[in-house]
Ligand binder design. Structure first.
Ligand SMILES: *[C@@H]1O[C@H](CO)[C@@H](O)[C@H](O)[C@H]1NC(C)=O
Ligand SMILES: *[C@@H]1O[C@H](CO)[C@@H](O)[C@H](O)[C@H]1NC(C)=O
Length: 262
């Protein structure tokens, strides 16, 4: 039997790929069904920030397995809901720089920590309906479990029609890439792929919107550093003030986190 040259070339290429490419297992860290019920949700996610209810904006996060007024999963969609609050106790955030609390809102974090090593790579994606009005500060981000930074932000909206992709080497050495984001609350996909650089010290992060590569950033010394994955609807802070006087909702669906390798 005679093989065409094309077929022979394809065979040779296949053989080369099979020999040279190690086979890495793909593990689902958070399945796309994690918002399908509170039982499934609570097996992959915990309420509030890893450190509690407060951070550096004017929203105090509220939520538990018995209080879904600000953190809800309905129709396989996570809703984080911010409402103006009166007489908060205590009146200011317990986190630096201690802004006055003006809202009750929602935050969640993944129970699994994410640690990029030379033996793995992570892919983190989801569909986001993010408010962009002045004074609303939703985010989808990874931050250090131990000393800060590392931090890398896959979604951060600061009250304008842009998403910010950010990677912090230090508090002042930051790479930010702004990408236009529609104001109509339509869902768009964000994805980040995190892979160790060949120096086994730094991490390369490829950021996508609607499956189109937008930017590549590099995190200094991120290899081996455990990270929290957080979704939150902060208010005011970096997004300006005063924020909205009514209810603001930030929605997420089809969240998927996979790890290739170990
Ligand atoms: C952060 O460090 C990485 C690794 O050294 C480097 O490639 C990147 O350019 C740095 N980012 C900034 C904003 O300087
Ligand atoms: C708030 O804290 C986060 C890190 O936890 C940081 O990325 C951000 O720059 C801070 N923003 C303000 C306005 O303090």
């Amino acid at each position: 039997m005679l093989f065409s040259n094309h077929f022979k070339a394809a065979l040779a290429l296949t053989a080369t790929v099979l020999c040279l490419t190690p086979v890495y297992a793909v593990t689902t860290v958070i399945p796309s069904t994690s918002f399908s019920s509170y039982t499934v949700f609570e097996s992959f996610w915990a309420y509030l920030y890893p450190w509690g209810s407060d951070h550096n904006g004017s929203a105090r996060m509220v939520g538990s397995s018995t209080d879904h007024s600000h953190i809800a999963v309905v129709s396989s969609t996570l809703s984080l809901i911010a409402t103006p609050t009166t007489n908060p106790v205590p009146p200011t955030s317990t986190a630096n720089p201690n802004p006055a609390i003006h809202y009750a809102s929602g935050a969640i974090h993944a129970k699994a920590q994410i640690t990029v090593t030379s033996a793995n790579s992570y892919t983190i994606s989801g569909d986001f309906s993010a408010p962009t009005v002045f004074g609303t500060w939703p985010a989808f981000w990874l931050t250090a479990v131990n000393s800060w930074p590392p931090e890398t932000d896959i979604g951060e909206w600061k009250g304008t029609n842009n998403n910010w992709f950010n990677t912090f080497n230090t508090s002042s050495i930051v790479k930010s890439t702004l990408v236009a984001w529609p104001a109509d609350l339509s869902f768009h996909t964000l994805k980040a792929v995190l892979t160790a650089e060949s120096n086994n010290v730094d991490v390369r992060i490829d950021f996508y919107m609607d499956n189109v590569l937008q930017t590549t950033q590099f995190g200094a010394g991120f290899v081996g550093q455990p990270l929290w994955l957080i979704i939150n609807l902060q208010m005011e802070g970096s997004a300006g003030s005063p924020g909205p006087s009514g209810t603001t909702t930030y929605k997420v669906r089809n969240m998927l986190v996979t790890r290739t390798g170990t």
